[in-house]
Ligand binder design. Structure first.
Ligand code: ATP
Ligand code: MG
Length: 326
């Protein structure tokens, strides 16, 4: 299951992503954690110290390796250089699975020990000004999009992406790659305006958007969020002493998390699990092709000097039943 945490800067995306990842790990579920936010804080939020976090390999720096591996023997993709972030898999492509070892994880993922078990962590690497343009060829999140478009994941396997709600994910198709998108919103006008913007973009793509209210104190905050986002409000989280202790570098055992926060995390998981039955591999594949053609037309063809529409394998559908293709 592919899950995104998005929202305004400082709303609590990293905090809630990391709590959800810890929750899943404590249940023994396989988790791939991905930091795709402009501010790269997921590693520290999962307990890595500064030097460990700084030493994580950046996905953005391994794009040639990722492309070469995923391309496999797909005859429609002549070279790794002709592959852009939206190039879809087809027959012959290599696919990624949550529970496996592969050269992409070897190069780009690191295990992080949490209470209950280890998760894999991948990070895009820090963003620079040059990364933040529209439809940027070298966009760091491009590596994430490529991986998600080549990932086959089942009901009890989780890929949790800490992401920003910025224009980068809308310029590409990244925002459509998730089974559930949790929009983290503080009970403020700004927090809610990011929700509206996201909802509008997502509207035509069947994105399952659920609002997680954060730093919600009391009835007035709750009433505000309810009035502003209506039924999209899934749950709210208050101020967490556990999180505050972690910020001080003294993370308590995870089972000491507040009961109310644990209930909230359970609800997130139930929401993700029930989204499984609404999965639609045809639509998922159609959307990746849609964004690929759009990117090809707007900059990809020109940049690579090839007609990238020819990369689309019309008979290929990415779903759980897809045969391992090499
Ligand atoms: N429920 C909470 N209880 C206590 N502190 C919280 C809570 N949620 C977030 N915080 C604190 O608020 C700050 C911002 O949270 P966080 O870093 O998770 O936000 P973010 O959306 O990822 O921000 P950025 O856009 O900078 O990546 C952090 O110091 C975090 O510890
Ligand atoms: Mg963050």
């Amino acid at each position: 299951m592919k899950i995104a945490f998005v929202g305004k800067g400082g709303s609590g995306k990293t905090t809630l992503s990391s709590l959800f990842i810890r929750h899943l790990a404590a249940l023994g579920a396989p988790v791939l954690a991905v930091d795709a936010d402009i501010n790269q804080h997921l590693g520290p939020a999962l307990g890595l110290d500064e030097s460990e976090a700084a030493g994580l390999p950046a996905l953005g720096e391994h794009l040639p390796l990722i492309k070469e591996y995923l391309r496999g023997s797909n005859p429609r993709i002549a070279s790794a250089e002709s592959m852009i972030k939206t190039t879809p898999p087809g027959r012959g492509s290599r696919l990624l699975r949550v529970r496996e070892d592969n050269p992409v994880y070897d190069a780009c993922a690191r295990p992080v020990e949490l209470d209950g078990g280890a998760v894999r962590l991948m990070v895009t690497g820090p963003f620079t000004d040059a990364d933040l343009g529209v439809a940027c060829y070298h966009s760091k999140t491009g590596a994430v999009e490529l991986c998600l478009n080549h990932l086959v994941d089942g009901r009890d396997e989780y890929v949790v992406v800490d992401m920003t709600a910025g224009s980068d994910s809308f310029a590409s198709g990244l925002f459509t790659r998730f089974d559930v998108t949790f929009l983290v919103a503080e009970p403020t006008r700004k927090g809610v305006s990011v929700y509206r913007q996201y909802k509008e973009y997502a509207h035509d793509f069947g994105v399952e958007l659920k609002v997680v209210g954060n730093k919600v104190q009391g009835q007035d905050d709750l009433d505000f969020l309810r009035a502003e986002v209506g039924d999209d409000l899934l749950v709210t989280v208050g101020h967490s002493d556990w999180v505050r202790a972690m910020e001080k570098g003294r993370p308590p055992r995870f089972d000491l998390l507040d009961a109310a926060d644990r209930d909230a995390l359970r609800l997130l998981r139930t929401t993700v699990d029930t989204a499984h039955e609404r999965r639609d591999p045809d639509r998922y594949t159609r959307q990746m092709v849609h964004f690929h053609l759009k990117n090809a037309r707007s900059w990809g063809n020109e940049r690579t000097g090839a007609d990238l529409a020819a990369q689309v394998d019309p008979d290929f559908v990415l779903g759980e039943g897809v045969a391992a293709a090499v």
